[in-house]
Design a protein around this ligand. Structure first.
Ligand SMILES: NC(=O)c1ccc[n+]([C@@H]2O[C@H](COP(=O)([O-])OP(=O)(O)OC[C@H]3O[C@@H](n4cnc5c(N)ncnc54)[C@H](OP(=O)(O)O)[C@@H]3O)[C@@H](O)[C@H]2O)c1
Length: 291
């Protein structure tokens, strides 16, 4: 099975390297910006195609590995007299295989749940990654042959679940980074250097993640878990105004977990704190509007 990539994207390059490592045959890359296709083919020791038709003709399976926004448009414009014999996939987490708008033998979406930078090191990260698969019968059949070859675990998704599935992945990855950066910026405010900040954040966050994986319902510690409203009030006061709403929203998320655990009295204290602070914020907002 010959696999080609439309798009010398970060994900495309990482997967081409990973697939090659597992003995799959990669034809090469076509990319809108030619120089990037050359770089990708050099990194993966594969061919460069100067137009999509050549790529399609040379490959049995074509991954449209480009930004989600343009997958529909690019697939609609794919042309080859052999297109009906080809299987086409994309790598998007949020889009379904219906985004592939061309007549072909099979369609699939195969999403590696990992952050990829188009670097050789990604091959290591991909070893641990779970993939998700959705598609028509022929598309899934072919994708499963690829999955079997690379040996990664995968989950099959219904079309209607893809957006929520992808949202959950962004929370666990992208917004987790945003939260870590929030913590970083608070430490920066009191003058700590990066070395000190990272040596605080690393063991703390790693242990939190470990504990979550081991014992989700009982892993939460700190003032929210104790219902320690006095400390929460101090934290709230120390925050810049524009971050107070974020803090209350995070507290609501913590309260969800405490509620699920069944700790009713802590949950009530948190809810009351959130309501009072939320009310004060709204009043301030109204007053500001009056000025
Ligand atoms: N990176 C990740 O961590 C990751 C992980 C899992 C899945 N994915 C999925 O992988 C796919 C690629 O994402 P990426 O982050 O790797 O992308 P990327 O590195 O940002 O590259 C974007 C690619 O899209 C091409 N492109 C943009 N607009 C185009 C257009 N109008 N016509 C043709 N090509 C166009 C670009 O071509 P030019 O070079 O010409 O600009 C480039 O090859 C997406 O579906 C994404 O959801 C990514």
């Amino acid at each position: 099975m010959k696999i080609g990539f439309y798009g010398a994207s970060r994900a495309g390059i990482s997967l081409a390297l990973y697939f090659k490592d597992h003995g799959l045959e990669i034809t090469g890359f076509y990319n809108r910006t030619y120089e990037k296709a050359i770089k990708a083919s050099y990194m993966t020791a594969t061919q460069v195609f100067t137009n999509p038709e050549e790529l399609v003709d040379a490959s049995d399976v074509i991954f449209i590995a480009i930004s989600d926004t343009f997958i529909e448009e690019v697939s609609k414009n794919l042309y080859s007299s052999h297109l009906s014999q080809k299987v086409i996939g994309h790598l998007s987490g949020a889009l379904t295989s219906d985004a592939i708008k061309t007549e072909c033998r099979g369609k699939f979406s195969l999403h590696p749940i990992q952050t990829l930078r188009g670097q050789p090191e990604d091959v290591q990260f991909l070893k641990e990654a779970i993939f998700s698969l959705e598609g028509d019968d022929e598309g899934k059949k072919v994708a499963k042959i690829i999955l079997q070859k690379i040996g990664n675990k995968y989950i099959e998704l219904k079309k209607e679940d893809k957006v929520v599935y992808h949202l959950a992945a962004t929370v666990a990855s992208n917004y987790l980074v945003a939260l870590l950066n929030f913590s970083y910026s608070l430490y920066k405010k009191i003058g700590l250097n990066d070395e000190a900040i990272f040596s605080i954040i690393k063991p703390l966050s790693s242990a939190s993640l470990e504990n979550f994986l081991k014992d989700r319902l009982n892993c939460l510690t700190g003032p929210a878990a104790r219902g320690d409203v006095l400390t929460l009030q101090k934290h709230y006061n120390a925050l810049p105004d524009e971050k107070k709403t974020t803090f209350l929203e995070l507290l609501k998320l913590a309260a969800d977990l405490i509620f699920e655990k069944g700790d009713k009295s802590v949950c009530e204290k948190l809810q009351q704190f959130i309501n009072v602070k939320g009310g004060e914020k709204n009043e301030q907002g109204d007053n500001q509007d009056a000025f």
